[in-house]
Design a binder for this molecule. Structure first.
Ligand SMILES: Nc1ncnc2c1ncn2[C@@H]1O[C@H](COP(=O)(O)OP(=O)(O)OP(=O)(O)O)[C@@H](O)[C@H]1O
Ligand SMILES: [Mg+2]
Length: 510
C-alpha cells in the first residue's frame, strides 16, 4: 500500500512541554486513520505540523514519498493536504460559496471565481453527500452544516489528504452519521482521512487503523479489527478506565431552581422555548435530554442571565431571578459550565490563574478594595489546577495555549471552585478524553451528594442515563415528559426525542 503521510521522529517543544516527543505516524493512501489520546497528548500539535501551521523542531515529513518542508498552510495545501480545525475558522457574514473560494482566488477576478466556485461546490456537494445551500450566510447555518462547508472548502482546494480534528464533538448523532457517510464516500474515491476523536465507539466504527498517543509519545498503532475500546483506553490513559459511573440513589432536599411556564426567543426572534416548567432540588441531578437545537441552548441562556425571557418566571432558592444578571446569579451561588467555552467560558489571552477566579476576582479573598492579592490567587489557582488535573498545571500559561480538553477542565475547575448551590451545565464532557470524562462524572456525583442542585443539559444519551436522577426530554421548545432513568426504556426516550409525549407513548392520553 502506498504511504500518503509519513511523519518520522517528530519533535515539537513548547516552553512548558514537549508536545510531540519523537512521534512516528504513517497513514496509508485511502485509509481512515484515527488518532486518539488524552487531552494534551499532542494530537492537534502533530496535525498543525502536517498542515504547515507549525514547524517541527526536528524530524521529517513525507507526503506520498516526497520529503516536504512546509513554510505555511499554503505549501501544505499545494501538496494536497486539507484541515478542518477543532474550532472552525469560517467568516460568519459571508456566504457558503464565498467562504469556499476565500484564500484560493486565482487572480482572474473575484466574480469569475465565485461563479465557477458555486458550480464546483454544487458538484462536490452532490458527489460526497455534503448538502448545503451555497448562497446561505454562514451565521445562519447550524454547526453541522458549517462543518460541511469546511470540508467542501478543503475539497475545493484539491485535498487528497483530509485532517479532521474532533469533527464530531459539535455534531448531533444524525449529523455524525451523515459525516461518516461522507467519509466513506471520500475513502471510496481514494482520499485519505486522518480522524481525531475521543469517542471510541466512533473510532471503532470508521477507522481502519488507530494511532494512540499519550503525553507526546505514540503508545500504540493498532488495526481496528484487532483491538477493542478497552485496549485503546488503556493505551491512552495508562490504566484501566471505568466506563460506568458508581452512584447511590439521590437524596433530594428542598427546591433550589423553579422554572414556571418559561418562554424564550432565539437570536432570530423566533420562539425557541415554548412554555417550560420544572424544578430542580438540592442533591439531585436533573437532566434535560434531547437532540441539539430544540431550545436547550436558549433555555440555559435564559436561566443564567445571558438572554431575556419573553415571559414566565424563574426562582432560585425562592427568589425571583427572571431578570437577574449573570453577576448577580453568580453572587447568589449559581455556577455555569457553558456549551461554548470560547464564547463564554475562558478569556484566552489571560493566564490560567486569572481564568479560574474570573467572576469573583473583585471580591475577598482575592481582592481587598482595589488591591488584588496575587499570592492568594496563585495558591488557589495552583490547588484547583492540581485537583482537576489540568495539564500542564502551570497557572501562568495563557488560556489559549492549553489543549481543547484542558481548556474545558479549567472552566469546570473554576465553576466547581465557586462552591455553588446550583450548577447549570451544558455538555460537560464535550471534547474530554475518557479519563477526564470519568473524572468529571465522578465530580458531578460528589457535588450532588454534597447537596448541590444540578441541571445537566446533554445531547449524550449515555451521559444522561448514567448521571441523572430525573430526566426531562425536550423537543421543539417543550418538555415531552419527565422520567426516572430506571423507569424508562431507551425506546421511550427516543420517541420523546422525536416529538412524542410520554402520555401518548404510554397510552394514557393527557
Ligand atoms: N501555542 C502553544 N504554546 C504553548 N503550549 C502549547 C501550545 N499549543 C499547544 N501547547 C501544549 O502542547 C500540548 C499538546 O497540545 P495539543 O493541543 O496538541 O493536545 P491535543 O492532543 O490536541 O489535546 P485535546 O484532546 O485536549 O485537544 C499541551 O500540553 C498544550 O498545552
Ligand atoms: Mg486537540
Amino acid at each position: 500500500m502506498e504511504k500518503a503521510v509519513e511523519m518520522i521522529q517528530i519533535v515539537k517543544r513548547f516552553p512548558q512541554v514537549v508536545a510531540n516527543d519523537h512521534v512516528d505516524l504513517t497513514v496509508l493512501k485511502g485509509e481512515i486513520h484515527a488518532i486518539v489520546g488524552e487531552n494534551g497528548a499532542g494530537k492537534t500539535t502533530l496535525m498543525n505540523q502536517l498542515y504547515g501551521l507549525l514547524r517541527p523542531d526536528s524530524g521529517e515529513i513525507r507526503i506520498f514519498g516526497k520529503k516536504v518542508n512546509f513554510r505555511g498552510p499554503r505549501d501544505a495545501i499545494l501538496m494536497g493536504i486539507g484541515m478542518v480545525h477543532q474550532h472552525f475558522m469560517l467568516v460568519n457574514n459571508l456566504t457558503v460559496a464565498e467562504n469556499v473560494v476565500l484564500g484560493s482566488e486565482t487572480g482572474v477576478g473575484p466574480l469569475f471565481d465565485l461563479k465557477r466556485a458555486r458550480k464546483k461546490v454544487l458538484e462536490l456537494s452532490k458527489l460526497y453527500g455534503l448538502h448545503v445551500d451555497v448562497d446561505a450566510k454562514i451565521e445562519d447555518l447550524p454547526v453541522g452544516t458549517q462543518q460541511r462547508v469546511e470540508i467542501l472548502k478543503v475539497l475545493y482546494r484539491g485535498a487528497e489528504i483530509l485532517i479532521l480534528d474532533e469533527p464530531t464533538a459539535v455534531l448531533t448523532p444524525q449529523e455524525t452519521e451523515e459525516l461518516f457517510e461522507t467519509m466513506f464516500k471520500l475513502k471510496d474515491t481514494g482520499k485519505t482521512i486522518i480522524f481525531i476523536s475521543h469517542k471510541l465507539n466512533e473510532v471503532m466504527r470508521v477507522s481502519d487503523r488507530i494511532t494512540v498517543m499519550r503525553q507526546g509519545k505514540v503508545t500504540g498503532v493498532l488495526k481496528k479489527n484487532e483491538t477493542d475500546p478497552r485496549q485503546i483506553a488503556r493505551l491512552m490513559v495508562g490504566r484501566d478506565v471505568v466506563f460506568t459511573v458508581e452512584k447511590t440513589p439521590a437524596r433530594p432536599d428542598g427546591v433550589v431552581l423553579k422554572v414556571e411556564d418559561l418562554h424564550v426567543k432565539d437570536y432570530r426572534n423566533l420562539e425557541a422555548v415554548k412554555g417550560v416548567s420544572f424544578e430542580v432540588r438540592a442533591g439531585e441531578i436533573y437532566a434535560i435530554a434531547g437532540v441539539a437545537g430544540n431550545g436547550q441552548t436558549e433555555l440555559v441562556e435564559a436561566l443564567t442571565g445571558l438572554r431575556k425571557p419573553v415571559s414566565g418566571k424563574v426562582y432560585f432558592l425562592g427568589k425571583d431571578i427572571t431578570h437577574a444578571t449573570p453577576r448577580e446569579l453568580r453572587e447568589m451561588g449559581m455556577g455555569h459550565i457553558p456549551e461554548d467555552r470560547h464564547k463564554y467560558g475562558l478569556i484566552l489571552q489571560f493566564p490560567a490563574y486569572y481564568n479560574v477566579i474570573l467572576g469573583r476576582h473583585y471580591r475577598p479573598p482575592f481582592a481587598n478594595g482595589e488591591f488584588l492579592s496575587h499570592s492568594k490567587i496563585l495558591n488557589f489557582a495552583e490547588e484547583l489546577l492540581n485537583r482537576f488535573d489540568v495539564r500542564p498545571n502551570n497557572v501562568r500559561m495563557l488560556g489559549a495555549n492549553f489543549s481543547g480538553g484542558n481548556q474545558q477542565k479549567l472552566v469546570i475547575a473554576r465553576e466547581v471552585g465557586l462552591e455553588p448551590k446550583l450548577m447549570v451545565i451544558s455538555q460537560p464532557t464535550r471534547g474530554l478524553d475518557v479519563g477526564a470524562t470519568e473524572f468529571v462524572h465522578r465530580t458531578l456525583i460528589q457535588l450532588r451528594d454534597s447537596g448541590v442542585a444540578i441541571l445537566l443539559v446533554s445531547m449524550e444519551l449515555d451521559e444522561v442515563l448514567s448521571l441523572a436522577d430525573r430526566i426531562a426530554v425536550m423537543y421543539n421548545g417543550q418538555i415531552m415528559g419527565e422520567v426516572e432513568p430506571n423507569a424508562v426504556s431507551i425506546e421511550e426516550i427516543g420517541l420523546m426525542m422525536a416529538g412524542h409525549r410520554l402520555e401518548e407513548i404510554r397510552g394514557r392520553v393527557a
